[in-house]
Write a protein that binds this ligand. Structure first.
Ligand SMILES: [Mn+2]
Length: 473
């Protein structure tokens, strides 16, 4: 996914779909006006005759990591009580909610992915206040549309969550009000806590890198699925690619990490084209920016720009090769100790000179690259990189001095994704370039001595892309 702002590669948006702390559990089931009446005899009958079933839940691999992360976070605020809510459901319409996706920091520090839970860290102790499966002594389990087991599915019990995550679990209805004198920092409102939480997530450990690698590998399969189905793509257009990729994301991951950008023809010049309603037409390019989110919520973020006919035209190839050269320069700049922005600057250097060679710049490339000018950016628009992890635009609330103005360190993962975009109505470029958008994006791990491309299994050079398409179609 490309950068959220055109102006500043520094700025990131928070992409959590979770809301703020969930409401404490109420004994009133959430029902709808069209639900049938529940006479006392029916309710009484429903509450009897159920077996109790506790599952043996293995310890989750993140449990020990999360415990260590909590210690580090607590050490940053030794006197305070830290509250990290998972968030609750978001309404889509009336009584219909979106599928739940927990707050990133909540899951990072607890491992929990169930809704409405609240992680509390205090005096070195952590408690997860969770909303466990329905008891049988209220109507909830057969009447509540949101949490009722017979409506929404079985939630884990408190014991199961505790066994899995190695943390003390209490019912969220017992969440204290915290109205004592102690300072309470709630992640949803406390900027310092949010900042530190994001800064702690910048460097990924070996388990996280494995999760990101897996997300990239499944993402590559999703791209392959789309190309294999090219006849249908030509018939149904962008929608078919979106659906094909989504199927792979659901089959082997948790979800897509962000709305897929499936941009045929001039739609590719719209940075975040997520309508995906257009046709895929012969002779044009199609820009695909898609990423699978794995079961532990780490997401890939990969872009390829493909020739619809399987072969680039000479004009398309020249532009593609220029973007690839810029991307390679950006990737080559990635190593520990260099500024985060080094990849951006290396890529923009290549693109500005390329635009100059095409005779498009009103000034020299050197003048255009001056931070006070940046006129080349009419055709590059966005920053080259952002951090990647559990959020596609990861760690966006870190202190700007650390990210993006700081340096790269071993274990960080960032995208390198330069692009060239010639709008359909741009009168300053030759007509043959108008409506062409090209972006190439890979997910780059900073290693001790350089970097590793986690998404390298997808072809990048123009000839490799053609060979790959020819093999799969
Ligand atoms: Mn991206």
């Amino acid at each position: 996914m490309s950068e959220p702002t055109a102006e500043n590669p520094a700025e990131n948006v928070t992409e959590s779909t979770a809301g703020t702390a969930g409401p404490a559990a109420s004994d009133e089931p959430r029902t709808e006006s069209h639900d049938p009446a529940v006479p006392a005899a029916y309710a009484a009958f429903m509450r009897t005759g159920w077996g109790d079933r506790e599952l043996d839940v293995p310890r989750h691999p993140v449990a020990d990591l999360a415990a260590a992360r909590r210690s580090t976070l607590a050490a940053a605020f030794p006197d305070d009580r830290l509250v990290l809510p998972a968030g609750t459901y978001k309404v889509r319409a009336n009584d219909t909610d979106y599928r739940f996706r927990p707050d990133t920091a909540h899951t990072y520090f607890s491992g929990n992915q169930t809704s409405d839970a609240v992680l509390v860290i205090e005096d070195g102790e952590s408690v997860l206040y969770a909303r466990p499966r329905s008891e049988r002594d209220t109507d909830e389990f057969f009447r509540d549309r949101q949490y009722g087991e017979l409506w929404a599915g079985r939630r884990p019990s408190a014991q199961e969550i505790s066994d899995s995550l190695g943390i003390e679990v209490r019912h969220v209805k017992d969440l204290p009000s915290f109205d004592d004198d102690r300072k309470t920092r709630d992640l949803t409102t406390d900027e310092d806590l949010a900042r530190v939480a994001d800064e702690l997530r910048l460097v990924k450990d070996a388990w996280e890198i494995g999760e990101l690698q897996e997300a990239c590998d499944v993402t590559a399969l999703g791209f392959e699925d789309s190309v294999r189905d090219w006849d249908r793509v030509l018939e149904f257009g962008e929608r078919w690619i979106e659906g094909t990729f989504f199927r792979r994301a659901r089959a082997m991951g948790n979800d897509i990490g962000y709305d897929s950008i499936c941009a045929g023809g001039s739609h590719a010049t719209t940075l975040h084209w997520i309508d995906n309603t257009g046709r895929i037409e012969p002779g044009k390019l199609v820009l695909l920016d898609m990423g699978v989110e794995g079961h532990n919520l780490y997401t890939a973020d990969v872009t390829r720009t493909l020739p619809v006919d399987g072969r680039f035209t000479p004009v398309q190839r020249d532009l593609y090769d220029l973007v690839l050269k810029a991307q390679q320069a950006g990737i080559d700049a990635v190593r520990p100790g260099v500024p985060f922005l080094a990849a951006h600057h290396a890529a923009m250097e290549v693109l500005a000179h390329g635009l100059d060679d095409m005779g498009l710049l009103p000034v020299s490339a050197q003048e255009a690259l001056d931070p006070e000018s940046k006129v080349y950016a009419r055709w590059t628009l966005h920053g080259t990189s952002h951090m990647l992890g559990m959020d596609v635009h990861d760690c966006g609330r870190a202190s700007a001095d650390i990210y993006p103005k700081g340096e790269l360190a071993e274990g960080m993962v960032l995208t390198v994704e330069p692009g060239l975009y010639f709008q359909e109505d741009d009168l300053l470029v030759p007509e043959e370039l108008r409506g062409i958008g090209i972006r190439i994006e890979d997910d780059i791990l900073v290693t001790a001595d350089g970097n590793r491309n986690l998404s390298a299994s997808l072809p990048r050079t123009s000839s490799d892309v053609e060979e790959w398409m020819g093999r799969l179609r």
